[in-house]
Design a binder for this molecule. Structure first.
Ligand code: EPU
Length: 337
């Protein structure tokens, strides 16, 4: 396997920032990855694992080894009357996997259609959209520990999934590389169509099936979210904040458009997009970066800018949301300083 030096990451991050890695390698098998990890030439260097580059903000060049696992393959490992269990390589493009599942009439990931990135990143941030989170279909996550090269399998429980979070972002952060994810899909799925505008979009189709649901989700995402091929971005830049119900009720009284997502008796989740919009940022442009004009949770890069520009903008947004609402926004995107 080739280890490239002074390698451009411009095409490997969906913001399209022009940064370079001192070393870059894209192992295609677990064995190649193991060999790379045991190579003394790179062992002492900082290492960064890159998936599809769709949830990362590079603020400078990376002075170490960037590893992009390109382990592919979708393998059926178990089947029952109700379920199919698939072992999927970390380097499989997420939406190719969703397309494959839908094509075979297996349910569980259809609402996650068209999310950019690779399968290996899906458990890390527990990707979610339109009333579905990937944690509900993940059975196991296979990894390699960076320090020892040892293989380790995490059960879904051990992954400690929560909203855009898992053990891979907490206790195990930066300590392992996901090589495969095992999914449990349903042969007779119950479709989740209750998310407001999903239902509305589905009315355009003659029937409601896995296929039409996937089409509807793709249509919605195309309408609302900028295509990174055309306009650099990394999806939602911030997480939706969890706040005390009392505070949300006060805000909703002042803003009838404020939607509230229930969590428990005391807490709710608020749409950060609405807070950012209310703070006056929607469609605003600061030099080479800006806030998307259709979805204010997305920071966009018009070209020729740097990750630092995007970071500076995100700091300004956080400050003004805090000043206006007393709410601290947390970033969803991984920031590499
Ligand atoms: N809204 C605004 N202004 C905007 C956009 C939205 O006020 O510019 C309001 C909408 O009116 C709506 C609410 O905010 O009431 C929620 O908007 P939306 O349904 O678009 O979803 P979101 O909460 O902003 C989350 C995920 C998205 C995911 C959508 C759909 C997070 C951080 N983001 O966004 O995920 O696609 O729900 O389920 O949870 C991503 O993570 O990169 C991502 C795109």
């Amino acid at each position: 396997m080739t280890v490239h030096t002074d390698y451009s990451l411009k095409e490997l991050n969906t913001f399209g920032f022009d940064v370079r890695a001192k070393f870059f390698a894209a192992p295609e098998t677990v064995e190649a990855l193991e060999k790379l990890l045991s190579d003394n030439r790179y062992a002492h260097l900082p290492q960064l694992v890159l998936g599809g580059g769709s949830n990362i903000l590079f603020c400078s060049d990376f002075n170490g080894l960037v590893i992009q696992p390109r382990i592919t393959g979708i393998e059926k490992i178990e089947e029952t009357a109700e379920t199919v269990h698939l072992r999927v390589g970390a380097g499989v493009v997420w939406d190719d996997f969703v397309a494959y599942a839908v094509q075979h009439h297996w349910g569980g990931v259809e609402n996650l259609s068209f999310i950019p990135g690779h399968v290996g990143a899906s458990p890390v941030q527990n990707i979610g959209a339109y009333g579905m989170e990937v944690k509900h279909t993940i059975r196991q996550v296979e990894c390699i520990l960076k320090a020892t090269g040892e293989r380790k399998v995490f059960s879904a429980e051990e992954c400690a999934f929560s909203y855009r979070d898992s053990i891979f972002k907490q206790a195990w952060r930066d300590r392992l590389i996901v090589t495969h994810v095992i999914f449990r899909l349903a042969k007779h799925p119950v479709l989740r169509t209750y998310y407001g505008y999903v239902e509305e979009e589905l009315r355009k189709y003659p029937d409601v099936t896995l296929q039409t649901l996937r089409k509807a989700i793709i249509a919605i995402r195309r309408k609302k979210l900028p295509d990174p091929q055309i306009l650099g971005n990394a999806g939602s830049f911030f997480k939706n904040p969890v706040v005390p119900k009392k505070l949300a009720d006060e805000l909703a009284l002042k803003d009838p458009k404020m939607v509230i997502y229930p969590i428990d008796v005391n807490y709710v989740k608020l749409p950060a997009a609405r807070l950012i919009e209310q703070a006056g940022w929607k469609g605003k442009c600061i030099g080479a970066v800006g806030v998307h004009d259709r979805q204010s949770l997305v920071i966009v890069h018009y070209g020729g800018g740097t990750g630092r520009d995007a970071l500076a903008l995100s700091t300004m947004i956080r400050q003004s949301v805090y000043e206006k609402f007393g709410i601290q926004l947390e970033t969803e995107v991984n920031i590499v300083q």
